[in-house]
Design a protein around this ligand. Sequence first.
Ligand code: NDP
Length: 607
Amino acid sequence: MSDNQVKTLDVKALREKYNQERDKRIRPDGEAQYMAPVGSHDRYITHDPFADSIKERAPLNDEVEVLVLGGGWTGLLASVRLAGQGIDDIRIIDDGSDFGGTWYWNRYPGAQCDIESYVYIPLLEETGYVPKEKYSYAPEMQEHARRIATQYGLYEKTVFQTRVERIDWDAEAKRWIVSTNRGDKIKARFFICCIGPFSRLRLPDIPGFDDFQGHSFHTGRWDYGYTGGDHGGNLTKLADKKVAIIGTGATAVQAIPHVGNWAKHLYVFQRTPSSIDVRGNKPTDPEWVKSLKPGWKKERSDNFDTVVRGEPFDVDLVSDGWTEIFRKVPIVHVIGAVEQADKDAVAERKARLEYADFEKMSQIRARVDQFVKDPETAEALKPWYAQFCKRPCFNDDYLPTFAKPNVTLVDVSASRGVERMTKNGIVANGKEYEVDCIIYATGFEVSGTFRRKYGFEIYGKDGLDLFDYWGTGMRTFHGHSIHNFPNFFIAGWTQVGASWNFCNVAAAITEHVAQIVAETRKAGPEAVIEATGEGEQEWVDIIRSSAGFNDEFLESCTPGYYNNEGKFRETVATFPYDQYAPGLKAFQVVLGDWWSTGKMEGMSITK
Ligand code: NDP
């Protein structure tokens, strides 16, 4: 079917085409096709290309009230919220050499926030800062992370270039013992894990991976020493290099135009094309800034959540490619409230949403023809799946890159990925591509095993290993606390109400956790809090009872981390599946109700 000829969409044919395209990509090994950068591959993460030097220091053997792991948005938010509760005796640990987390490490050329910066970037009103553009670039976000840390005095409370290796609960001392790669043994009364969903890189476990003798790195540790240039491009050292990029997800889409501009030749190995819509970035309007009233940031972020969840809305404040479909088909479905609603009406709205999505994706596919004239390349660049099956991408330079004579798209969908690597390069579709450098744009451990995702060991009461405890799936109370893991909190993305805007989730959960820490401290200097077994079970039951709400959609999607590489049913421990289905707003109501009883039910404090 040629997309340009579609006048009235043939829904049945499109569904069939989507299914075919999905099936040809599903791999029996699922998540196991990836490997963690450990052991002989740890050079992909242990080297910090952005550090001036590694600062020598003596191991720390002291004690702090709260240890915050991670200096990205979540860690910063947690620290600021703790300060708001009057808790200053904190220490932040981060393996980067400055604040920023994801935005410290992801400095690849073109890195940009893909959600509107006014809703994405946290603590704007508190710092009096308004982003310069609708979609900020990485350096502005790094600068904002530093701004927050400076304003709240967090530099003096932080140890950088330090990786936590394990934490053990010392029941007698009622403290966590935090062991790091720098020989530290820090005692902490409370431990808040703020590692974010994109902090652990993953590599493809391609046959012959270690045979390649050229240069290689992951986009999460961009090697400007090798490429030259900086975030803005100017990758002059690539002028005589043949470069391969493996992957075409949200990261690659932003980096590829820059590599294509500078490399002698660029081979892009693509398994699944991304959906590429118009970015249309623009500078912030100073008149709009003047019109902002206190509370604008929360109002705008909440409005974005409401719109992209398909819930009723009066106004779409963000009004961009994320919200477009929902403007066309408002009130699509209210997840979790289907029983109360008129089922026929819900089914009708779902059908309208599906149709609007088919229309959107037809438009996306037609855009490819606008920029890429070689028919084979253009066909390969067309995505055949629903817009939200994968992170939708918005970029004005990506598609034109494939019209350049020095850029070759290598479609590896037929072999479900790159076949193998050799001493000199990459084999795909039976042909060897000799390259000087391979750049892995292969993503992060979002839906990998817990042990791989967390990257450090956690031992609770009686030496209970958290990841053994979670052997049959994640178990938490409200996503943040775990039975038998006292004074331990996760500020994360699973078993909480989700949002496409991670920072909105992080803002809600860190505020809540900081308040729990404050309440525990009020109970006495040795007080300890943990989830009760019953409280945890009740929450897990709630999560699992709603887990199927999105099955139909996940089933229809091409594999990726959103649907656990197509195996979302095999475990409840997957990223999109293990959610409080009614979403962030409803989750915040749950938390509000929980506080209002004054009983902290589901948790117990021992004085
Ligand atoms: P992804 O996991 O989205 O993409 C990994 C890519 O590698 C996919 O294209 C995948 O193909 C490909 N791949 C993996 N193994 C192979 C193989 N063996 N052969 C060929 N190709 C392979 O990672 P990204 O880093 O691109 O994005 C991760 C997330 O980071 C995004 O979804 C987004 O949430 C976030 N991000 C956010 C930004 C922001 O502004 N906030 C900016 C950039 C990223 P396939 O699709 O077939 O699996």
